[in-house]
Design a protein around this ligand. Structure first.
Ligand SMILES: [Ca+2]
Ligand SMILES: [Ca+2]
Ligand SMILES: [Ca+2]
Length: 253
């Protein structure tokens, strides 16, 4: 019985320790999504909409450039260079892109992140620059290049429902880091280390689940603290709690 109690205390101590580890990571993690809605100025393209144009090269804690690339659907349909927006679904917006009227709705046809959160939101366009699906097909191929190497970077994908969303290049080398298709509204995170650049395909056009339109996907980027720092904090916390538990046991005997 005594042994069981000790084991339970140790288990509790470890649980508390891990709780502290995760809150420490949350406390010092920094979102790299600009903290304002608008269009992200793309390398070589600038901004193409009537929304606020966001320049990402001078952002804190690290600036970066974003370049957009054309891509093709499985049936051969070619798309132009998607635009990229920062969007919070709780504020619907009406604007123009290359002269075409677009609306970001409070309730999108298929891709609805939690209200009050800011996400990178791609907008697929055809080869003449006309927004596809009224500007509400969240598909694009982008390369992010950071001004300094990021020790640990989390990519959070929202709403991958079909294959095709992947990281195809990391630090200038071809890669094939896949996401896993899930239920409507699912979230998944990929963690990369020592990142100077990556290329990501967000969503895909004309998929098996959505043959007419495509699978829209949004992205968040988070710079998380170096594992070493977080670990030592957590280890200290675990040590402290276990020591406290030991002292208690001694006095109870
Ligand atoms: Ca909005
Ligand atoms: Ca969906
Ligand atoms: Ca959509």
């Amino acid at each position: 019985m005594k042994k069981l109690t000790a084991a339970l205390k140790l288990l509790t101590a470890s649980t508390i320790g891990f709780g502290i580890i995760s809150s420490a990571s949350v406390a010092s993690a920094a979102s790299l999504v600009p903290n304002q809605e608008g269009e992200v100025s793309l390398l070589g393209l600038g901004c193409r909409s009537s929304l606020n144009c966001i320049h990402t090269t001078s952002l804190h804690p690290v600036g970066y450039t974003v370049e957009s690339f054309g891509f093709s659907a499985a049936d051969g349909t070619k798309y132009g260079k998607s635009l990229l927006f920062v969007d919070d679904r709780s504020t619907p917006q009406e604007f123009t892109v290359n002269g075409f009227g677009v609306k970001f709705l409070a309730e999108d046809e298929g891709t609805n992140p939690a209200l009050g959160q800011k996400w990178f939101r791609p907008m697929a366009v055809n080869r003449s620059g006309r927004p596809v699906e009224n500007g509400r097909l969240e598909v694009g191929l982008f390369e992010f290049v950071f001004q300094s190497v990021i020790d640990k970077l989390e990519l959070t994908f929202f709403d991958v429902e079909d294959p095709g969303t992947l990281i195809s290049n990391l630090n200038g080398n071809l890669s094939n880091i896949l996401t896993t298709p899930g239920d409507n509204g699912n979230l998944q995170t990929v963690t990369l280390t020592n990142v100077k650049s990556f290329k990501v395909q967000l969503g895909s056009p004309k998929t098996s689940t959505f043959p007419r339109t495509g699978d829209g996907v949004n992205l968040q980027l988070t710079k998380v603290p170096e594992p070493g720092t977080v670990f030592s904090l957590g280890a200290l916390a675990i040590g402290g709690v276990v020591a406290a538990g030991k002292r208690k046991r001694v006095s109870a005997n």
